[in-house]
Design a protein around this ligand. Structure first.
Ligand SMILES: Cc1ncc(COP(=O)(O)O)c(C=O)c1O
Length: 392
C-alpha cells in the first residue's frame, strides 16, 4: 500500500480551522521549524478511520481502557520485541512526561537522588527538582572523533551515584543522540542498577523507530529479567504514529507491588484515559505496521540526506542516529559561527530562519537537535537555509 509522506500538510494556517501547533507557531511565519519532536506527517489512514468512526459516535463521556487495546499491546510486544507481557501489567496514562514525574513520587522519598545521563530530553532534567528530589547527572561519553558514536560511560554513571540515589531515569533508545544501546552497555547498566538497589524508569518511547534494516528493539526489562521487578517501562504510540496531541501512553510494570505503588500516586493526579487517544493507540498497534515500515524507509533516506549535507558544513559534527527522527549536531567547532556571539540555536534562528532545539536545554550547550521528521521538500528547504549559513 502507498502512503503519502511527500505532500506537505499545512500546519501553520490550515484551511478550515485554527489549530495551532507548538512546532509551527512558536516562531514567526518566515521560520522553518525543525525542533519539537513531532512529525509533519498525517497519522496512518487506519488510525484516522478509527478516529472518524469514534467521532461519529458523538458521545465522549468517561471511557475505560478496552481489553482489546491491552491485547493489541501484548501482541505488539510479543511480535516486535519478543517480550510476553500481560494485559494487567499495563497502566494507560496521559503521557510519558507525567509518568516520569509520577514514578519519582511513587518510588522515592523527598531528598532522594534521581539520576539520569546527559545530554537528555529536557524534562528528564527537571523531574527531581519538580518532585522535591535531588537531581543527579552523569555525562555520556562524547564521540572519540566526528561521526563516531556516543557511548554510555558506566564509570561516570557510577561516580554520580550516592547513598541517596534511588531512581534512574533511562532513555532507550536515547533522545537526543538516537543511540540504540548495545547489549554490553545495558548489561553494565543492569549490573550497576542491581548493585546499588535502584529503581529504573526505562522511557522507550522511540523504540519503534529503529532505523537500520532488521534492527529489533529489546526492552530493558526483557533483556534483563532480573530487573523486571524494579523497572517501569514507558511506551506510547505518540512518536511512531505521530499522535502526541492525543495524550496517550502506557506504563508496563510486571511487578504487582510496584504497580500498586505507582497506581496509588497516579490516581487523582492524572485524568483517566483520553477516549480518542485510546482508539488511536489500538488502531495504530493493530493496523499501523505497513505505515510504520513505509515511514522508516522515508526516515532512513532523510538520515542519509542529512549525513551528506552536514559533511559540507566545516567543523560541524553529527553521529548518525540509530533511531528516530532526531539528529544531534555538535556546533562547538562550526567554522561559520566562530566569530559570532551567542548560542548556535539562536544564531541559526536569526541568520538561517530555521528553528532547532538548543543543546543547552539537554545539558550540553554548543549543540542543537534537528528534527528530520518532515517531508523531503520541507527538509530540503530548511537544509538549503542552513547551507547558506554553515556551508563552507
Ligand atoms: C524520550 C521522550 N520521552 C517523553 C517524551 C514526551 O512524551 P509525552 O508527550 O507522552 O509526555 C518525548 C517527546 O519528545 C521524548 O522524546
Amino acid at each position: 500500500m502507498e502512503f503519502d509522506f511527500a505532500t506537505p500538510v499545512e500546519r501553520r494556517h490550515p484551511s478550515g480551522g485554527d489549530w495551532p501547533s507548538q512546532k509551527w507557531h512558536r516562531y514567526g511565519d518566515d521560520v522553518l521549524p525543525l525542533w519539537v519532536a513531532d512529525m509533519d506527517f498525517a497519522s496512518p489512514p487506519a488510525v484516522i478511520d478509527a478516529l472518524r468512526a469514534r467521532v461519529e459516535h458523538g458521545v465522549f463521556g468517561y471511557g475505560l481502557v478496552p481489553d482489546s487495546l491491552r491485547e493489541t499491546l501484548c501482541a505488539w510486544s510479543a511480535e516486535h520485541y519478543g517480550w510476553a507481557i500481560e494485559p494487567d501489567w499495563q497502566l494507560w496514562l496521559p503521557g510519558v512526561v507525567p509518568a516520569l514525574h509520577m514514578a519519582s513520587l511513587a518510588l522515592t522519598d523527598p531528598g532522594d537522588g534521581v539520576l539520569t545521563v546527559t545530554p537528555i530530553y529536557p524534562p528528564f532534567l527537571r523531574v527531581a527538582e519538580r518532585t522535591g528530589r535531588r537531581p543527579q547527572q552523569a555525562a555520556l561519553q562524547a564521540p572519540a572523533a566526528p561521526g563516531e558514536p556516543w557511548w554510555l560511560d558506566l564509570a561516570a554513571l557510577e561516580a554520580a551515584i550516592t547513598p541517596e540515589t534511588r531512581l534512574l531515569l533511562w532513555c532507550h533508545p536515547h533522545n537526543p543522540t538516537g543511540r540504540v544501546w548495545t547489549r554490553e552497555e545495558l548489561a553494565g547498566l543492569a549490573e550497576l542498577v542491581e548493585r546499588h538497589d535502584l529503581y529504573v524508569v526505562s522511557d522507550e518511547l522511540h523504540c519503534d523507530l529503529l532505523l537500520d534494516e532488521g534492527a529489533r528493539h529489546v526492552p530493558l526489562a526483557a533483556a534483563f529479567p532480573e530487573l523486571a521487578s524494579r523497572t517501569l517501562t514507558l511506551w506510547a504510540p505518540s512518536k511512531t504514529f505521530n499522535l502526541a496531541g492525543l495524550t496517550t501512553a502506557c506504563a508496563v510494570i510486571p511487578d504487582a507491588a510496584l504497580r500498586r505503588r505507582f497506581a496509588a500516586v497516579v490516581k487523582g493526579l492524572q485524568p483517566d484515559g483520553n477516549v480518542l487517544g485510546l482508539v488511536a493507540a489500538e488502531a495504530a498497534h493493530a493496523h499501523g505496521e505497513p505505515w510504520r515500515q513505509a515511514l522508516l524507509a522515508v526516515l532512513r533516506g532523510h538520515r542519509q540526506t542529512l549525513v551528506e549535507r552536514v559533511a559540507g558544513w566545516p567543523g560541524v559534527a553529527m553521529s548518525p542516529p540509530d533511531s528516530t527522527y532526531l539528529a544531534w549536531l555538535d556546533l562547538r567547532e562550526a567554522q561559520a559561527l566562530e566569530r559570532l556571539e551567542g548560542a548556535p540555536q539562536r544564531l541559526l534562528l536569526e541568520r538561517a530562519g530555521v528553528a532547532l532545539s538548543d543543546g543547552a536545554d539537554f545539558g550540553w550547550p554548543g549543540f542543537v537537535r534537528l528534527n528530520f521528521g518532515t517531508t523531503a521538500k520541507q527538509l530540503d528547504a530548511a537544509l538549503k537555509r542552513l547551507d547558506g549559513v554553515l556551508g563552507g
